[in-house]
Design a protein around this ligand. Sequence first.
Ligand code: SF4
Length: 274
Amino acid sequence: MEEYGLELTNNSKTSWAFSLPRSATCVGATELCRNVCYGNGVRYQTAGQKEKRHRNLRTVELLLSKGGPELLAQNLLTLIDQAKPGDWLAASVEGRKTMTPWSIGCHDVGDFHKISYVNAWWIAARQRPQCSFWFYTRSFADKHLFDAMTELASLANCRGWLSIDSENFESGLLAYAKRSDIWELALLQESEDSLHENLLPALDACATVKQVVSFPLHRGRYHAPQIKHKNLFACPAVLGSYKLEPDPRKPRPCQACAFCLPAPRSTASVEVQL
Ligand code: SF4
């Protein structure tokens, strides 16, 4: 009998994240990102990790079929609450900041594959304004899916990044142009001689200084030479200036860097959730 359940992952770069199978959900994957996806790595390919992603997807589809985005959102809220920092209660009572932020990367592996699934995250994220959500996506070709993700990315506690590379930058920048007030851009950066010759000029036409986060293509500690360009901000975790942090009580690189996370909210403006 198949098992059901939703489960987060907690990794030493991003901290808490949710994962789904790439084969079923990365609907806008490019050949390049399929080839270099860190989901290909040994750590992500164990039977346990694969089954976790498939169990998450089975459960997502079951909940959506039985109760729509509202029922899935209820269950996502349970997961989101599990990601509260360990000192959340004490910090809330004492009126101080927690040792690590309360944050969730919507996908460690996988992507938004259908509108009802996006809507479930939107409902859940609205109910947890003190948790920071962020996501990278290549699912921007379908207009309706893009519109739903735009709603999610427009929440004050959420930030959405359109992931582009040499294969999809034209469609990514078209999507970005529709709602550049909401979206950010993330570049999978190949070496300079492999990068499409029109990509950087196209970025220059729409991005501002250090606005685009770039991920020099990497495997383990080795990465493509960083392209230094005025509009690119190279991920410091890829470059090695932020080290992976195995201790969950300390900020992980993404929590410390926070470039991709939504801007912090004033704690005075939100109700404390114990
Ligand atoms: S730029 Fe910062 S927040 Fe974004 S992925 Fe890299 S380390 Fe994480």
